[in-house]
Design a binder for this molecule. Structure first.
Ligand SMILES: *Cc1c(COP(=O)(O)O)cnc(C)c1O
Length: 411
């Protein structure tokens, strides 16, 4: 049989996990809580996990399962679990790997909520986050010890747009028997195959590029099945029984089930649709981002443009190595002052003032006064969030209209 190679072909034609009774071409939305059983014996087998059927939609659901199957198909991962948000993906993974007394080595440059999750939420349970400069491999290595349960990085940090050298970081982590966990939200699957670069567990906010234009909140936990869990103190007993399936077993039969952050079937349906157009949409967004980065750079009001796709970015070479022609679809730029930033965004018409990224619509935000408003100025400086910086996530509109909007806002 002809095996499709292209990303979009594969996604669109991933077979359903079970054939649909009506041969529907889109997966139906199973919006039910529970499933019926023929017998007590079947029920027992289902609860033991010995037959692949659904019992209760918090634990598994056919619509969600089909989305997971599509992600497995395009990533080549061993296991995929869809969850209710990107933050749910992060919290499930970190809580699964940690115990009181564990530590996690983590980049200092992180999505705002992720930063606070590491700095505060888990600290209250005796889990320590050790913040590092991920471009300094020696520092990353020196922060690890026998209580380190993960090295956590974002493939492109937001909003600094710093790029992790994943092969190098994987080497450092694996030498210490620590799994590398990445958040690859900014580099969707057709751009970046995290599993081929040494990432063991990948988390994604499917709210962003995947959802088809900010249609719904969702997250993914992608387990490439490469890490030897017998090297993890917490998972070693399970690894003896289940080998590479140890992480998945712990997740599905305990942590995910008990934290209850399941993806709704309706959101799974929307995200599955979004996935079908991901390549087309993201390619256009990257084109727009590239064009706007060059356009902004030649305007007198713009002091500096930061985009890994530009040759003046310190991460240009690494970006090209890891992400090819797709250096993310988000840029930042600096104006003369905070006031200039506010004036500019207040005058925009096409580009919207909103906190999301990777929507079909172009979105702009002043990170210092919004996402990082709870941080004092010193802390903002330490994570390189400046008062003069704007973050722009270009959508898939026509570039000429975006340029015209920028020009009239500066006029
Ligand atoms: C948005 C985002 C998250 C959080 O995802 P939600 O779906 O909003 O919970 C995590 N990491 C990155 C890089 C993000 O952009």
């Amino acid at each position: 049989m002809l095996k499709p190679k292209g990303f979009s072909t594969k996604v669109i034609h991933t077979p359903f996990v079970r054939e649909d009774a009506n041969r529907a071409l889109h997966q139906p939305i199973y919006s039910n809580a529970a499933f019926d059983f023929e017998s007590a014996e079947q029920m027992e087998l289902a609860f033991q996990g010995r037959i692949p059927v659904h019992a209760y939609s918090r634990i598994s659901n056919p619509t969600v399962e089909n989305l997971e199957a599509r992600i497995r198909e395009i990533t080549g991962a061993l296991n995929v679990t869809a969850v209710s948000s990107g933050m749910a993906a992060i919290s499930n993974v970190i809580l699964l790997l940690s115990s009181a007394g564990s530590n996690i080595v983590v980049s200092r440059h992180l999505f705002g909520n992720t930063f606070v999750f590491f700095e505060s939420t888990i600290r209250d349970f005796g889990i320590e986050a050790r913040f590092c400069d991920l471009t300094n491999l020696q520092e990353v290595d020196s922060l690890m010890d026998d209580k380190t349960v993960a090295l956590f990085v974002e493939t492109i940090t937001n909003p600094q747009l710093e790029i992790a050298d994943l092969e190098a970081l994987a080497k450092v982590a694996h030498a210490r028997n620590v799994p590398l966990v990445s958040d690859s939200t900014l580099t969707p699957f057709h751009v970046f195959q995290a599993g081929s670069w040494g990432v063991d567990i990948d988390v994604v906010s499917s709210t962003k590029a995947l959802s088809g234009g900010a249609t719904s909140i969702g997250g993914l936990i992608i387990d490439y099945g490469k890490f030897d869990w017998s090297k993890s103190a917490k998972l070693a007993p399970l690894a003896r029984k289940f080998g590479p399936m140890a992480f998945h077993y712990k997740l599905r039969r305990e942590v995910f089930r008990n934290l209850g952050a399941c993806l709704s079937p309706f959101a799974a349906y929307l995200q599955s649709l979004g996935l079908e157009t991901l390549e087309v949409r993201f390619t256009r967004a990257v084109e727009n981002c590239r064009e706007l980065s060059d356009f902004l750079a030649q305007l007198p009001q713009v002091k500096h443009v930061n985009y890994p796709g530009r040759e003046d970015s310190p991460y240009h070479a690494l970006s090209t190595k890891q992400f090819g022609d797709f250096p993310g679809a988000m840029l930042t730029f600096d104006l003369a002052s905070r006031e200039a930033c506010f004036n500019f965004i207040n005058r925009l018409h096409v580009i919207r003032r909103a906190t999301n990224i990777y929507d079909n619509k172009s979105l702009i935000i002043h990170p210092a006064s919004t996402i990082y408003c709870d941080f004092d100025p010193e802390k903002r400086a330490s994570i390189r969030v400046s008062d003069t910086t704007l973050r722009l996530s270009p959508g898939i509109e026509n570039a000429e209209d975006l340029k015209a909007d920028i020009l009239q806002a500066f006029a």
